[in-house]
Design a protein around this ligand. Structure first.
Ligand SMILES: Cc1cc2nc3c(=O)[nH]c(=O)nc-3n(C[C@H](O)[C@H](O)[C@H](O)COP(=O)(O)O)c2cc1C
Length: 308
């Protein structure tokens, strides 16, 4: 079984990848998306979303980090994919699941799920631009408004030469509302030969087992669940029990020690509050801490709260 850390724009950056992969259990991370319109980005843009490129595209604990691109132009995506891989990204992931309005207006993300032929054109072009031994993976939802094109999309992705497919088991219209329809992943699996990674609503090792049983997928991708329970990947693999609050507290302290270059002072307070909002789903102590810091905007005051 592989467990992959889901890409989460504005939430899972290199610092969070460092903290979470250090808990064990993860086999791969995917970066936040780099949005491609009509240019080849300079190298620094790739290092910005994936500072791990300076470390062989691995987190400090050695977990590979793959760059994700989002866009609609096969040619520009292919050029940027080639550069990302040349800089060390272990393959390329293509985002066809993002529901954000601005992204979809510019025809990137989940809106492309209405156009199987565009999915095909993009993956084919990227596949040709990237050395054959490097994976080209795609991440989709079940559809845009409904699942009517789900199987056609999956077939197009396979025919274009993708290496694997991660499926967030909801449509764009479903947003993030539970449930995730893991049984739809089983349908996709019965239609194509590609390895399919199951994603959506995995919050515990029990969820992981049920997701595997219902979807038929061995490999899982976890996002919000890993922020709510930082050692979820290790727990899913049976390597450790769910971390006690004291261990999570130690992580919060470690997070506070990261020095962020160019930070105007807001990064840490905002990110800490954001993380506590996930942690409080699993730890009542995080709820209490969130209530304590929610009105604070000053790093020092927040540090005092988590280091009483
Ligand atoms: C705040 C946030 C940001 C996200 N950013 C991305 C992204 O950049 N690329 C992507 O493919 N999916 C993105 N996703 C979707 C997640 O990767 C994942 O598919 C989704 O959260 C469902 O998995 P989960 O239930 O394990 O969280 C994002 C989700 C959230 C909540």
């Amino acid at each position: 079984m592989r467990v992959i850390l889901a890409p989460m724009e504005g939430v899972v950056d290199h610092l969070m990848r460092d903290l979470l992969t250090a808990q064990g259990g993860f086999d791969l991370c995917v970066t936040e998306f780099l949005r491609v319109v009509d240019q080849l980005y300079p190298e620094r843009s790739f290092f910005k979303i994936c500072p791990e490129l300076a470390n062989g595209a691995k987190t400090p604990s050695g977990v590979p980090v793959r760059i994700q691109l989002l866009g609609q132009s096969p040619e520009w995506l292919a050029e940027n994919a080639a550069r990302a891989v040349a800089l060390g990204s272990p393959g390329i992931d293509l985002n066809f699941g993002c529901p954000a309005k601005t992204v979809n207006r510019n025809k990137g993300g989940s809106v492309l799920l209405k156009e199987p032929e565009t999915l095909y054109a993009i993956i084919r072009e990227v596949r040709q631009a990237v050395p054959p031994h490097q994976p080209v993976t795609a991440k989709i939802r079940l559809g845009y408004d409904d699942t009517s094109l789900m199987l056609e999309n999956a077939r197009a992705i396979e025919a274009a030469g993708a290496t694997e497919l991660a499926v967030h088991a909801r449509t764009k219209r479903d947003g993030y509302r539970p449930p995730a329809y893991w049984e739809q992943i089983a349908l996709i699996r019965s239609e194509i030969g590609l390895n399919v990674i199951a994603n959506g609503e995995i919050w515990s090792s029990d969820d992981a087992k049920r997701c595997q049983a219902v979807s038929g997928s061995t490999d899982l991708m976890i996002g919000r669940g890993a922020l709510a329970c930082p050692n979820l990947a290790a727990a899913i693999k049976g390597l450790a029990p769910k971390a006690p609050w004291e261990a999570v507290q130690a992580l919060l302290k470690r997070y506070s020690q990261f020095e962020i270059r160019g930070d105007k002072g807001l990064y840490y307070p905002n990110r800490l509050k954001q993380w506590l909002q996930f942690l409080r789903l699993q730890y009542p102590e995080a709820e209490a801490l969130f209530q304590k810091v929610r009105t604070l905007s000053d790093k020092e005051a927040m540090l005092e709260s988590i280091n009483p």
